[in-house]
Write a protein that binds this ligand. Structure first.
Ligand code: FAD
Length: 275
């Protein structure tokens, strides 16, 4: 497969997690990713972990490392400082998101939506950063309806985003319909499917409930039937996700972005099936 790939990591907080990320980064390096990205924690609580991880991935592993940056709960001044820091580290690319406030946290911040964050980044830094935004083929869980959500997505592109990465999904039609719908609205930027390899089904079910990603009934039932057979789940999951990737690429997906959860094996299992 000649399709470019990128990998997403979360910022490790302990020495053990840091060693795990190093091992994973070494293994996934062989796939020559276009870039690797690093998430932030809800409400900005782990911002320094993100910047440290980005620096580490650049300097120690030689990746193009891309921070996720959010506006929720932050002031313009805090975001301004963070952008300066990322520019000083040498970042040329960002994944810009609204983020979510942890429950019980009060102040929403100076910028309410990702579109406002993108306007802010463009106003402060012109075209220095290549900006990716989030896209939701199965609709953002808080959106009033799918059409309104599509218009809000378009607002992020109109504000100056260069591309988008989707929330993960297991039904390729959700992606293809999303692409058709946003192209009809005049959105031309590349929209890269986010791919979640399957390794731990109960964890996946929890994530999916939180982020509004659907696990198709047939897939859930097959997974449940494996019971405690972790190896069976991994093998079957890798087959399913590899087939999904094949269909996405055949249908025009420009590249694939893997949510690695800092583990190499589940992503490798998919990529090895794709050759
Ligand atoms: P927005 O695009 O701002 O949209 C959020 C909601 O507001 C949507 O329902 C939208 O329809 C609505 N909306 C937008 N504009 C308006 C408007 N003008 N008026 C009314 N409603 C509006 N979370 C993390 O905590 N850390 C991460 O690192 C992280 N990385 C992610 C990476 C990707 C690729 C994706 C897809 C998601 C990621 N998330 C992450 C999750 C993300 O933070 C949440 O989904 C969050 O709820 C929305 O962020 P957003 O940038 O998509 O928001």
């Amino acid at each position: 497969m000649q399709t470019p790939v990128s990998f997403e990591f979360y910022p490790p907080k302990t020495d053990e997690q840091r060693s795990q990320l190093d091992r994973t980064a070494e293994k996934l390096k062989t796939y020559s990713p276009e870039y690797v990205s690093c998430t932030f924690g809800a409400g900005g609580s782990t911002l320094s972990f993100t910047s440290e991880t980005v620096r580490h991935l650049k300097q120690e592993h030689g990746f193009e490392a891309v921070p996720h940056i959010s506006c929720v709960g932050g002031s313009r001044e805090e975001i301004r400082e963070l952008l300066k820091l990322y520019r000083a580290i040498g970042c040329k690319r960002l994944v810009a998101l609204r983020g979510d406030l942890p429950s019980g946290m009060g102040h929403p911040g100076d910028l309410r939506y990702a579109s406002e964050l993108i306007e802010f980044i463009r106003a402060e830094h012109g075209s220095h950063f290549h900006i990716e935004v989030g896209a939701y083929p199965e609709m953002h869980p808080q959106a009033e309806d799918a059409m309104v959500d599509l218009k809000h997505f378009k607002a992020k592109i109109d504000a100056g985003a260069d591309g988008a990465i989707t929330q993960y999904f297991y039904n390729p039609d959700a992606y293809f319909h999303f692409i058709d719908a946003v192209r009809r609205l005049g959105v031309q930027v590349p929209i890269v499917p986010g791919i979640m390899p399957i390794s731990n089904f109960s964890q996946l079910r929890r994530f999916s409930e939180a982020c509004g990603a659907e696990i198709p009934r047939w897939l859930g039932k097959r997974m449940q039937a494996f019971g405690d057979d972790a190896e069976g789940i991994r093998e079957f999951g890798a087959d399913v996700v590899a087939r999904l990737c094949e269909r996405l690429v055949a249908g025009g997906a420009p590249s694939l972005h893997f949510y690695t959860l800092n583990l190499a094996k589940p992503t490798q299992a998919v990529l090895s099936r794709l050759g």
